[in-house]
Design a protein around this ligand. Sequence first.
Ligand SMILES: [Ca+2]
Ligand SMILES: [Ca+2]
Ligand SMILES: [Ca+2]
Ligand SMILES: [Ca+2]
Length: 110
Amino acid sequence: MILILALLSACGPGNADADDDGVSVADGDCDDTEAKIHPGARDVPYDGLDTDCGGGSDDDADGDGADDAAHGGDDCDDADPTVYPGAGEDWQDDVDQDCDGGRRRRGRGL
Ligand SMILES: [Ca+2]
Ligand SMILES: [Ca+2]
Ligand SMILES: [Ca+2]
Ligand SMILES: [Ca+2]
């Protein structure tokens, strides 16, 4: 009897894996109707789908907290996590870290 109850509870809501991707909602599947969506899946940025259930913005490929400029955000280089608005500008290199258009310290021009 105890075994039967244990089996029943194991199949209860939350433990089901409706899309058969091997991850139940209880284990973190954020979309149990879509087999390609589960923790550990490869997330393709900018497609509007949080494929890896990692949360965060789908338009922030480098994970620096700023959305890609080409997708409505203000990150001028969404492949480089050291480049985003408000980042510290390294005025000795040739990279516009803070996305202000200049490559050197703010106020000093190009
Ligand atoms: Ca799923
Ligand atoms: Ca995605
Ligand atoms: Ca970004
Ligand atoms: Ca960036």
